[in-house]
Design a protein around this ligand. Structure first.
Ligand SMILES: [Zn+2]
Length: 468
């Protein structure tokens, strides 16, 4: 398994672009879906990881919970560079709560620069644990401008993370391994995901069951709509598994708000599997879990974190055992722009007034700045990039924000002839992405969705372009 040197890969990539030998089609500036690329049969994968654990005192989850006071386990960014299908493609999963707007653009730009590709060929998702940073540079500037609020993001720490990412990607290119096969597997996750939105007889949200639920009667209510399957896509060199991506739709928190950094139960499951298989890089992606959490199965007690991690680990092991492996022939990358229309109730002037009002709570002053950052972005016309990696009949779809589980269920239904692997939690700018039907039901997620009820049609339009 001789790794190609970075110089060879970059030379091959540059030569391919110059001669058109790998069929790379420049992407239109709008980010429209490009023509599919045909791989040359020489796909390589390079894996990288770097630490993104914040310093003591750093804000968590946009400052509506306690800042970092200690560490239960580190936060990591783990990724793959895929070479040989046009310009390099980068996938990266980060143990943060969110990466939004200009911060997401900066992350993709840094990894793209190091990999020798363009930012629209980089997908960055967060796993979404809550004792972790939520990065939006514009929000950080707005909050700092208030003069009396704690910072939501340390810009020096953020810059150090991007520098670490550049180094990790560059070093990874020296270790790229040829991919001969790609595998897909699924396993049912037992007693983790449940729907957060419990409707009453009038069809509106009667109560919410979030990540942890101390009320036994609410826990006893039905699981509701979930996607019970964990999906795995793995890359092989012959018999050797070199990288495995796992996705499951559920908020990944057992408990949070104690200021102790942790990748929480999904990150812990991934790490345990990584110890089993040191030669294979394991990545975990949160699927469309906007309305999904562990509340039915989690009373929030400390002992539940390892229990939930164990259930996720069991599913990862079972999905790995079920993997069907096939030679990989065609690899392509498609993108589409997504800029949903904001809900008319969000007015920048009113939101800024909240920031300036010292009588309001920290949350009530800080959170609206994420809304302002999104409204300004929409006004500038800077779309989020939706993307999909096509590996023969496997499609790995990367969606932004916190999409409801209905989006990934619909993707599987609409493309039943393919193996659809869906990751949510890319660019967090638009926050929750409910369905149209959810708006009249009310509930927390709809209350903090920046988009209007047309968002479902807008997102389906964008997704359809990934498959065109
Ligand atoms: Zn969330």
């Amino acid at each position: 398994m001789p790794p190609l040197s970075r110089r060879d890969l970059l030379a091959a990539s540059a030569a391919g672009i110059a001669s058109g030998a790998v069929g790379w089609t420049p992407q239109p500036a709008t980010g429209d879906a490009a023509l599919p690329e045909v791989a040359t049969g020489e796909i390589h994968v390079a894996s990288f990881r770097f630490d993104v654990t914040p310093p003591l005192g750093h804000g968590c989850c946009g400052n509506w919970i306690k800042p970092i006071v200690g560490y239960d386990d580190p936060l990591e960014a783990i990724g793959l560079v895929i070479l040989g299908a046009g310009r390099p493609i980068v996938l990266c999963a980060v143990d943060w709560t969110g990466i939004l707007n200009d911060a997401h653009v900066a992350w993709r730009g840094a990894l793209a620069e190091a990999a020798g590709t363009s930012p629209d060929r980089v997908a960055v998702q967060v796993v979404h644990p809550h004792n972790a940073p939520m990065a939006c540079l514009e929000t950080a500037r707005l909050v700092a401008g208030a003069g009396d609020l704690p910072p939501v993001l340390d810009p020096d720490f953020f810059a150090r993370c991007l520098d670490a990412g550049r180094v990790a990607v560059r070093q990874a290119l020296d270790r790229a391994v040829r991919v001969t096969h790609v595998g897909r597997g699924t396993a049912r996750v037992i007693d983790v995901a449940s729907n957060r939105r419990l409707l009453g007889p009038d069809g509106t949200v009667r109560t919410q069951r979030s990540s942890a639920c101390a009320d036994e009667a609410i826990r006893a209510l039905p699981e509701g709509l979930v996607d019970p399957l964990l999906r795995t896509v793995a890359f092989y060199h012959g018999d050797e598994k070199i990288a495995a991506c796992h996705a499951y739709a559920c908020h990944p928190m057992s408990y949070y708000g104690d200021g102790r950094a942790s990748a929480d139960f999904c990150g812990l499951a991934r790490r345990r599997r990584q110890i089993d298989e040191p030669g294979c890089t394991h990545l975990y992606f949160s699927g469309c879990g906007g309305n999904i959490a562990a509340g039915k199965y989690n009373d929030g007690s400390r002992g539940m974190r390892p229990v939930l991690a164990g259930r996720m680990y069991d599913a990862i092991v079972a999905a790995d055992a079920a993997i069907e492996r096939r030679p990989v022939e065609r690899v392509s990358w498609t993108t589409a722009p997504f800029l949903p229309t904001p809900d008319a109730r969000w007015v920048e002037r009113d939101l800024l007034a909240a920031l300036a009002d010292p009588r309001q709570s920290l949350v009530a002053r800080t959170r609206p700045m994420y809304t302002v950052a999104w409204l300004r972005r929409v006004a500038r016309g800077e779309p989020v990039v939706l993307s999909a990696l096509h590996l023969d009949d496997i499609v790995m779809v990367h969606l932004p924000g916190e999409p409801f589980v209905e989006y990934q269920l619909r993707l599987q239904q609409d493309h039943a002839d393919r193996f659809v692997f869906t990751a949510g939690y890319g660019d967090g700018g638009p926050w929750y992405l409910p369905t149209t039907a959810a708006y009249p039901q009310g509930g927390y997620e709809v209350g903090v969705a920046w988009s209007g009820r047309g968002v479902e049609a807008e997102l389906h339009d964008g997704i359809a372009r990934l498959f065109a």
